[in-house]
Design a protein. Sequence first.
Length: 452
Amino acid sequence: PLQATMEANMELTSAPMTQTARTAAHLSMLVLLVFIFSTEFLPSEAFLNDYLIDKGFSHKEIIDDIFPLYSYARLPAVLTMGLLSQSIGASLTLVAGAIFGCVTVFLTRFSSGLFALQSTQMTVALSAAAHDTAFWAAVQDVHITERRRALESEHASGSEAGDPSLQLHVHYLKATLAVSNLLAGLTGSFMRQLGAAYERLWEVSLCAQVVSLLVASWLAWKLAAYQESQIRCRSWTFDVLKLLLSPGIAVWTIWDIINHVGHLTVGTFWQSLLHAKTHRSHNSNGAVAALGYFGGAVVLFSTARLAILGNPKYRWWLVSSTLLSNGLLMICMGAAVTEWELFTAYIMFEVVFRFGGACRVQQVMFESQKLWRDAGGGVSGAKPPIALLFGLTDLTCAAVQAAAQYALTRSYRDNGKHLSLASRFDILGAATCAAALLMLLCKACCRTLQAL
């Protein structure tokens, strides 16, 4: 029976860990680090726009017929990966995501047809959806196995300031992701400076994706013991909604939706914006992307033990400051005159986005686990449904992103022409700033009403 399974899981996760179990948990966390490193090691990424031009596609085809499809593909991709994670478990979903990652790089390298390259926007969306949802559920499995006893002790003493171990795991994983992108960017630029063809960069990326597939397969076998029994649709729907409506999670969900709309535009079109402003290719794209990741990694490593980041008292400050900063930086990118102005704003944007993303993940996971301990477990099991929670958030993000992308792509200026890329950056930046200020106003109103 489901209740018996819940009680058994609760008993198991709160029991003292043996040295063997602790070693296994540490090994699984190390494998997660290797997995996220190999998944994100794509030296070809910073040269995608130039490579497609080299294949014979025009600048207009790239920004109107290929790249925008990713925004539309996100919606079905998140839904598919969420259902897959629910059906077969988080670790096996990571394997599926790694397979789609291999397919994406393979098609980009060996195909020149428009349909094949448009298809890569769906496969990369499926891969990203798996990593955004199932990956953190796998982290939760390892974390609960390693730290459950400490969590229960903190809860018993009334701690509300966050979980240092969880913060450390999240920041190190996010920093590893940034380091991987850093090294990938440096590798790509170094290879181009040595005269390597674009094809060589995609072949290196393909090798890294194959490694991630092998690591994900091992991880799926290793984490099989952590998977809970199948749960019913009605149960997890109730539990996810209960988490999503809690204030501590709801505010970060709003942050994620707003911030990801801007980040999708920046990540997808910054190279195209650079090309539109300078009218030439740039072999330094990889180095610029690497600097953004380097700054993010430095900030994440240096703040991994900063206690205030896990403290709910500072939640609104983190939410509003990161949103406002990124909104202003998007406006700066749109208004940039020289390439160095755009490079500087892009690097700062990536640093702020990655820092805010780590704060969001750690606080949402901590709040979820705290709510679960307070309630004695949910309807669906002893662990909060993190994959489904993040999946629903990503589903909402994908819908808003698709709507925003469609509106910006189909909008016209007074002269009857489509909005320029610079105008799109300006509009999204201004909207992000307005959203940050509106959230602060709502918070101030709530405090005033509480005082009355």
